[in-house]
Design a protein around this ligand. Structure first.
Ligand code: ZN
Length: 428
């Protein structure tokens, strides 16, 4: 098993290395190229929604693409070069080509003075602007004088792109796994989420299931909002969901609960994490972070939690060039995959029952259930039947009954089966 995990981790990491260099943003060819790379592993259904389309309270912005960008000194030497790192350009920068002094240029330059070797990641999606990001050390090395500034970008009518992989189940119940695909060369946030989601989809495809799995690869905020606006009629199918982010770093896991705090996914994820050897925290919902805030908003109230390792904004490498491929590892990606596969398995096996004689205790002897309890297992099986009858209110799952009773899963399963056979329990 350990070898299989290591091999899978290596495959996930390999996809991450191919996704990492792509210059993604909330629209544009970077997202398309990302979905094309994912589709080399699992077929992806791609949707394009034209610029200008109203989506909930938003409008799809113009499409942004970039070919090249640089700042060159008087000798023509590129002192900042997009070809070395796509983080060098503020995402959604408008096109620029002019000569300017360092003093004029400075307001457009972004650095991290506390981390002088790192390049920050900055965006300007909904306000027309342009800028460059560079290390403080590079900025300090710039001499006064004239510079040529060029951003060879386009901003115009196009579309917003998102992708879905649907693993069909026999029922209409759905599990939504959502991951943002709008960050450029940042490995943990969120090449890790995309790569892990892709290999989860590959694993579950072709395995018969009850629940449908829907993997959504959408640009942050506007992408999830676009998807929600186009799928309102079928959102009621979603029984549970997760946003995935920062799954490749060395931190322990953090599970962020849904706004409900007690949805099935809120019970299942800690259970899956407890079965791995990694340390983990469970934190309450708050309305920022990633797209869990779209899914949990009052108009939708979809039970979508968030699984991450490092928490956004809480580790120094976050949104900087230090979040590179050395910041994530095959082992951590593989471990994250394993936990998520367990979550999906637990959701799938999360059967609920209804006690069909719920008023008081049903008479078990009359139904031959005492006779069936012959043998050494009598106390546990009897106990298991009482627990199963007691918690089968249509809300608690089999695992909930196991956890609450402290009895073995085998005993609870056997009890449920016997009670169902005699007509006392029915699967919901
Ligand atoms: Zn981010």
């Amino acid at each position: 098993m350990a070898d299989a995990d290591a091999a899978l981790g290596a495959e996930i990491y390999d996809l991450a290395t191919r996704l990492y260099p792509v210059c993604r943003s909330i629209t544009g060819d970077g997202v398309r190229e990302t979905l094309r790379l994912i589709a080399q592993v699992v077929p992806v259904e791609v949707t394009e929604v034209p610029s200008g389309t109203p989506v909930l309270d938003w409008t799809i912005p113009p499409e942004w693409n970039i070919r090249d960008a640089w700042i060159a000194d008087a000798t023509g030497r590129r002192v900042v070069d997009f070809r070395r790192s796509n983080l060098h350009v503020v995402s959604y920068s408008i096109p620029v080509h002019r000569r300017m002094s360092l003093a004029e240029l400075r307001p457009h330059l972004h650095t991290l003075p506390d981390r002088p070797d790192w390049i920050p990641y900055r965006t300007s999606y909904y306000r027309e602007a342009w800028g460059f990001c560079l290390s403080q050390r590079s900025l300090d090395a710039l001499e006064e004088g004239e510079y040529e500034v060029r951003i060879d970008s386009t901003l115009g009518p196009g579309s917003l792109t998102y992708g879905e992989i649907v693993v069909p189940g026999s029922s209409s119940d759905e599990v939504l796994i959502s991951t943002h695909v709008c960050h450029p060369s940042l490995a943990d946030d969120n090449v890790s989420g995309m790569a892990v989601a892709t290999f989860l989809a590959r694993h579950f495809l072709g395995r018969p299931r009850r629940q449908t799995l829907r993997f959504l690869f959408a640009p942050g905020t506007i992408g999830a909002i676009t998807w929600l606006s186009r799928n309102e009629a079928t959102l009621g199918r979603i029984r549970a969901g997760l946003t995935l982010t920062c799954l490749g770093d060395t931190h322990g896991f953090t599970y962020k609960r849904t706004v409900f705090g007690s949805a099935e996914i809120d019970r299942v994820v800690p259970r899956a994490l407890a079965s791995s050897s990694a340390p983990f925290d469970v934190i309450e919902y708050f309305p920022y972070g990633y797209d869990e805030r779209q899914y949990n908003s009052p108009g939708f109230r979809l039970p979508v939690g968030s699984l991450m390792r490092g928490r956004h904004g809480r580790f120094p490498e976050y949104h900087t060039s230090a979040d590179d491929l050395s910041f994530i590892s095959p082992a951590r990606l593989g471990e994250s995959w394993r936990v998520l596969a367990r979550v999906i398995d637990l959701l799938e096996s999360g059967k609920r029952y209804r006690n069909l004689a719920p008023r008081g205790e049903p008479q078990l002897g009359r139904r031959g259930l005492y006779r069936a309890m012959g043998g050494a297992d009598i106390p546990e099986l009897e106990n298991a039947m009482l627990w199963a009858l007691s918690l089968s209110d249509g809300e608690h799952t089999l695992e909930d009954i196991v956890e609450r009773s402290g009895l073995s899963r085998d005993a609870i399963s056997a009890a449920v089966e016997m009670l169902a056979r005699t007509g006392l329990l029915a699967e919901v």
